[in-house]
Design a protein around this ligand. Structure first.
Ligand SMILES: Cc1cc2nc3c(=O)[nH]c(=O)nc-3n(C[C@H](O)[C@H](O)[C@H](O)COP(=O)(O)O)c2cc1C
Length: 199
């Protein structure tokens, strides 16, 4: 179902309450992610983004790994809310993992020495754009998603579990599922303080 761009921008929110109920097919999820990866821009068209989509038991495994990793470092008496949070992400349908290929970034740094310091920044910016496109695409398809950052704590186990190339740097995790609760109220700062137009 296509929504107009401005409505999709507005409706993309952080959804923490998500379920395992499918709203589209797994093939459609892959199609939407492929479309985002293909068409989201990157500096010098370097295409440094890499993505792993975890569905079903693979998704569950990610949040089990994250929970057990956090269990080792969060004090026992403070662990309950963390466990609840991990279980809430695990209650979703899938997770998109966003990586950037550091070999690509390095090769552009070598090729274009003048911009050497910028390529790692642009790589992060491109990844942010891709995250946003995937987030908004999932919203259009009827899922709710949020953006999480348990890297670098989980990097080693994730790489081992899914045989991820060592040069792929984990940037973010996006758990998604059918929304079970509305997004929370959001406050907006006055746009007059944030945008200036000169003409
Ligand atoms: C770069 C970036 C990093 C974020 N990191 C996290 C995060 O680690 N955990 C989380 O729950 N939300 C994270 N968020 C979500 C923001 O808190 C959320 O987008 C913001 O409060 C606005 O709410 P909305 O997404 O519902 O519009 C992140 C968002 C952005 C853009």
């Amino acid at each position: 179902m296509a929504k107009d761009f401005y409505t999709a921008i507005e409706n993309r929110r952080t959804f923490y309450g998500i379920s395992k109920e499918a709203v589209i097919s797994d093939e459609r999820i892959q199609e939407v992610v492929n479309h985002a990866v293909k068409h989201t821009p990157s500096s010098f068209n370097s295409q440094s983004a890499r993505v792993v989509v975890l569905l079903g038991e693979q998704h569950d495994k990610l949040w089990d790994i994250t929970k057990e990793t956090l269990r080792r470092i969060v004090p026992t008496n403070e662990f309950a809310p963390t466990e609840q949070k991990m279980d809430a992400f695990r209650s979703g349908y899938g997770t998109v993992l966003f990586f950037e290929d550091e070999n690509v970034v390095k090769s552009f740094q070598e090729q274009f020495a003048l911009y050497k310091d910028n390529f790692p920044i642009w790589s992060q910016q491109s990844s942010g754009m891709l995250q946003y496109v995937v987030w908004t695409s999932l919203e259009i398809e009827g899922f709710g998603a949020s953006l999480q950052h348990y890297n670098p704590l989980i990097d080693d186990e994730v790489k081992k579990e899914w045989n991820i190339p060592s040069e792929w740097k984990l940037i973010a995790q996006m758990p998604f599922g059918k929304p079970t609760a509305p997004a929370s109220e959001k406050a907006f700062q006055p746009l007059e303080e944030r945008v200036k137009v000169f003409k």
